[in-house]
Design a protein around this ligand. Structure first.
Ligand SMILES: NC(=O)c1ccc[n+]([C@@H]2O[C@H](COP(=O)([O-])OP(=O)(O)OC[C@H]3O[C@@H](n4cnc5c(N)ncnc54)[C@H](OP(=O)(O)O)[C@@H]3O)[C@@H](O)[C@H]2O)c1
Length: 164
């Protein structure tokens, strides 16, 4: 199963600011860790730079036209085709995990059948955004509300399936 996973501001769809997340919400990070554990995480080079280290329990695949690596726990791909070819042989769950450029490409892939979005209730300043997507193509099949726990904002996890 190929899934897009993102946290975005419910006010402006912001996802990042100056190479980082616009917020720090420990509960949301915990859910991300739990749900992606054992899978392959695909990120763009800028997101890789903000992580700056492999993530435990998951293999990180990084898309970049630059020559990067090698690094234990991380695979680098120079382009979309090389990455898609490697994915054909992949049996672990696959998560497209940002940033904006990576999400734009992932949303166009028919193999991506699920979105897991955390809508964060804070008007965060942002310079990168989750792309607008068509509600005619995606249907919400589950939601879960996480109440604000001071000083962290509330968020809603929404799970979407691609409408065939
Ligand atoms: N809120 C969230 O859930 C979330 C999740 C992840 C990231 N973020 C945030 O998103 C922001 C980064 O997003 P971004 O859009 O600026 O960058 P990004 O998508 O992380 O990375 C963009 C880079 O990926 C590489 N790339 C993208 N498409 C490619 C292709 N077709 N072929 C080869 N390489 C390709 C390029 O690297 P080269 O320039 O090296 O070629 C490009 O500059 C950060 O602030 C980060 O914290 C937020």
């Amino acid at each position: 199963m190929w899934t897009i996973v993102a946290a975005l501001s419910a006010y402006n769809r912001g996802i990042g600011l100056k190479g980082r997340l616009p917020w720090r919400i420990p509960m949301e990070l915990r859910l991300f860790r739990q749900e992606t554990w054992g899978g392959v995480l695909i990120v763009g080079r800028r997101t890789w730079e903000s992580l700056a280290r492999p993530l435990p329990g998951r293999e990180l695949w990084v898309l970049s036209r630059q020559r990067l690596g090698p690094q234990a726990g991380v695979r680098f791909f120079p382009g979309e085709q090389a990455l898609l070819q490697a994915l054909e042989k992949e049996t672990r769950p696959v998560f497209f995990a940002g940033g904006e450029q990576l999400y734009r490409w992932a949303l166009s892939l028919p193999q991506v059948q699920e979105l897991r979005l955390s809508w964060v209730y804070t008007p965060a300043e942002a310079d990168t955004f989750f792309p607008a997507f068509s509600e005619a193509e995606w249907q919400v099949y589950a939601t879960e509300f996480f109440d604000a726990c001071s000083p962290y904002p509330s968020f809603v996890r929404a799970f979407y399936k691609r409408i065939p």
